[in-house]
Design a protein around this ligand. Structure first.
Ligand code: AMP
Ligand code: GLY
Length: 423
């Protein structure tokens, strides 16, 4: 079978890498891909949001399965469009992906069905949002409701910062239309964990846990990013917590979406805060996490392709998921300046040496071929991923690979995985 992966980040390189290992697969394409996917698959120069062109390509090439990486095409309805043409595609429909596309919708579903989440209010009026903040004293979180590439969430220490955040989102329109609606919510304390599950709309199959490092700088300082690194599993996420999250969050949500007439098939990603009152959902995403997918997929022992197919065919209850016992760590190497502005087109050296180290896979994110050489082409450039018998071993292997890679203007965190270590 021929498989098409849509997207061009680190997550998609990891998906292509994993799908390539399936005996069911003869050829893998990636649209648009990056310099890393070009080494192991055929890149197709069609952007992830050009749905008509992607459909034409899938029809012409007789693609048997399309896997959608990013949220944007999902929210635009790529799955609905592929399905209308009789093409097999993995991911939620537009109405189901609204769970990620609208934070207001997602919070309302959680409230309606009693799923644990932070208390909140939603506003479409700037004046009402400002008025509401007048009553608040402590820390608060202000979120643009729409898609903002992981940047539309502002953590505020007090009402003053909250008012500034409302100005940024609703008045200055820093996140465009995503800020037409804001969600203002209670500030939760605790450790975060990313829980991903396959679902066919009826049953759920949880992946192992992962933890992401969202802040740009060591010690969780600096602005939030798409993710500066991740590790798997997260020891804080015990079997008991896993069962609790499955029974009190993932399954009820899948049932709720069915009841709402928006059956959800694909990957369901819950960003959880482990609070003193138990796990609470910060957000749902309609896709694999990036960079969580990189450390997760190097540990996944099962063939991933039958799982994609089972979600489409509603036979997930017959599937199992096996994991390697090793732990894994992914260090994101970013361009200096990210998540703000940064340079592109810088030549990267040392990729071969890094990738040749045992138990290391260098996943590309923002890379491109320039004059026959690999060069930077985005904020997050590489996800250097290593496995080890324990986390310190995996960390050491990942950073020894990182040390071999050079370009002009590198930034990466030095403490990825350290949260897993005793103080
Ligand atoms: P979200 O995109 O909603 O997951 O938010 C991005 C990040 O902001 C999360 O990963 C958390 O680190 C932080 N965050 C979001 N909501 C809250 C909250 N209610 N309390 C504390 N931190 C939050
Ligand atoms: N790493 C966070 C996300 O994929 O949304």
């Amino acid at each position: 079978m021929r498989v098409l992966v849509i997207g061009g980040g680190g997550r998609e390189h990891a998906l292509v890498w994993k799908i390539n290992q399936s005996p069911k697969v003869t050829e893998v394409f990636c649209a648009p891909g990056n310099a890393g996917t070009a080494e192991i698959a055929t890149n197709i120069p069609i952007p992830a949001d050009q749905i008509d062109d992607l459909i034409t390509f899938a029809q012409e090439k007789d693609i048997g399965l399309t896997v959608v990486g990013p949220e944007q095409p999902l929210v635009m309805g790529i799955v609905d469009r592929f399905q209308e043409k009789g093409l097999r595609v993995f991911g939620p429909t537009a109405r189901a992906a609204e769970l990620e596309g609208s934070k207001a919708f997602s919070k309302d579903i959680m409230k309606k069905y009693g799923l644990p989440t932070a208390d909140y209010e939603t506003f479409t009026s700037y004046e009402e949002a400002r008025k509401y903040l007048a009553k608040e004293t402590g820390p608060i979180v202000v979120k643009a409701s729409g898609l903002a590439a992981g940047k539309g969430v502002i953590l505020c220490r007090n009402a003053e910062e909250g008012r500034n955040a409302v100005d940024t989102i609703m008045k200055d329109k820093s996140f465009g239309d995503a800020g037409d609606k804001v969600v203002i919510e209670e500030f939760l304390q605790g450790q975060e964990v990313s829980v991903l599950a396959f679902t066919d709309g009826k049953s759920v199959l949880l992946l192992d846990s992962a933890q992401d490092h969202k802040a740009a700088l060591d010690g969780d300082l600096g602005p939030n990013t798409g993710g500066m690194g991740a590790f798997s599993p997260a020891p804080i996420f015990t079997d008991a917590l896993r069962q609790m999250v499955c029974d009190s969050i993932m399954l009820p949500l899948v049932r709720a979406m069915e009841t709402e007439g928006r059956p959800y098939r694909g990957i369901l990603y819950a960003g959880l805060m482990l609070t003193e009152q138990g796990p609470k959902t910060l957000e749902f995403n309609a896709r694999f996490g990036d960079p969580e997918t990189q450390p997760l997929l190097v540990r996944m022992a099962s063939d991933i392709v039958p799982l994609f197919e089972a979600c489409i065919d509603e036979t997930l209850d017959q599937c199992e998921l096996q994991w390697k016992p090793e732990t894994s760590v992914c260090v994101v190497m970013a361009a200096k300046g990210y998540p703000g502005s940064y340079a592109k087109g810088k030549e990267i050296s040392g990729l071969q040496e890094a990738g040749a180290l045992p138990d290391v896979v260098v996943f590309h994110a923002g890379t491109q071929m320039k004059d026959g050489k690999v060069a930077t082409n985005g904020g997050r450039v590489l996800g250097v991923t290593a496995t080890g018998s324990d986390t310190p071993t995996a960390i050491a292997k990942a950073y020894s690979a990182v040390a071999k890679i050079k370009w002009d203007g590198i930034h990466y965190r030095k403490d990825i995985g350290a949260r897993d270590q005793p103080n």
